[in-house]
Design a binder for this molecule. Structure first.
Ligand code: C2E
Ligand code: MG
Ligand code: MG
Ligand code: MG
Length: 293
């Protein structure tokens, strides 16, 4: 399993497995101090255009380098930070990091690049998300449309009318809204058109074994067709092999993200990836082998 997840992932898991799993209580105490101790690091995973093979965007993904316990994955600490309420501060830090980094890439000439930032439930319901985002955009000078907020369906379905208004206030700033892990939540299709959305991210679980798994292939194709009708762009998550890529390319999916191209990268690795343009070479090689879509 580790092998298929790529080189960096192997190190990542080995490092955290060397130490015993710390208890929740101890971790909570440490989590409170993690921000001031500078233990959070932002990683960036390329999102690749299926028209050009270029890196069109990065998803910013948090990592907690605990030191004593090694790297603690977000699935372990985000919900904890959410319960503790510290996610609001951590989330603000994440936004600031991602926008500062995007601004640096723009200054290097990568001015079409955008960044997406995951927003947790607490952060979304917190009264001042709008103000926080305006502040970050003002400080970094980024064009607002290059910041994309990833929200899950369950966040949006909690209180539809209030959330429609909240999303609209964010759209009024100019930022883009994406639904993350699309298909895994409780969203009713009849509500989808009420939210002012820009894109959907098809959850990795549907993309996992396409095209062999015919049900997943059908669901993926249906999401793509529906998004097209609703005027939404689509990102497919968790692309690990060529067969998945070619299926999505054939179905005119716009963007893909996954270990086939890159795992989440450090800031410097991400910068190197922008200059090297290896995704373009791989994309051309794979798609030229089967001819035009
Ligand atoms: P997500 O937003 O759905 O992020 C995608 C996850 O899929 C990431 O896990 C990424 O490393 C992983 N992934 C990407 N490509 C592949 C692939 O080809 N195969 C497989 N097996 N996995 C792939 P990660 O970084 O562990 O993050 C897990 C979750 O933690 C994220 O899921 C997101 O919900 C949350 N998270 C991460 N960073 C932040 C953050 O800054 N703020 C908030 N609120 N949540 C975050
Ligand atoms: Mg996400
Ligand atoms: Mg996701
Ligand atoms: Mg996911």
């Amino acid at each position: 399993r580790a092998k298929s997840m790529g080189k960096g992932r192997v190190v990542f898991f080995e490092k955290s497995m060397q130490t015993h799993t710390p208890g929740t209580l101890a971790l909570e105490t440490d989590l409170r101090r993690a921000l001031e101790r500078g233990e959070f690091h932002m990683f960036y995973q390329p999102i690749v255009s299926l028209e050009t093979g270029e890196i069109a965007a990065f998803e910013s993904l948090l990592r907690w380098d605990h030191g004593r316990h090694g790297m603690i994955p977000p699935d372990r600490f985000i919900s904890m930070a959410e319960d503790m309420g510290t996610i609001v501060e951590v989330g603000q830090w994440a936004l600031e990091q991602a926008c500062t980094q995007l601004s640096a890439w723009h200054q290097m000439g990568f001015d079409q690049l955008s960044v997406s930032v995951n927003v947790s439930a607490q952060q979304f319901y917190h009264q001042d998300l709008n103000g926080v985002i305006r502040g970050v955009l003002a400080r970094t000078g980024l064009p607002p449309e290059l910041l994309k907020l990833e929200l899950t369906e369950s966040i949006l379905m909690e209180n539809v009318a209030a959330n429609v208004a909240m999303l609209q206030s964010l759209r009024d700033i100019g930022v883009q809204i994406m639904i993350d892990d699309f298909g895994t939540g409780y969203s009713s299709l009849s509500y989808l058109h009420r939210f002012p959305l820009n894109s959907l991210k098809i959850d990795r679980s549907f993309v996992k074994d396409i095209p062999e798994n015919q049900e997943n292939a059908a669901i993926t194709a249906a999401i793509l067709a529906m998004a097209d009708q609703l005027g939404l762009s689509v990102v497919a998550e968790g692309i690990e092999n060529e067969a998945q890529l070619l299926y999505l390319w054939d179905k005119h999916c716009h963007l893909v993200q996954g270990y086939l191209f890159n795992q989440p990268l450090t800031r410097d690795q991400a910068t190197a990836a922008l200059y090297k343009r290896e995704t373009v070479a791989l994309f051309s090689k794979l798609t030229q082998a089967v001819g035009p879509s």
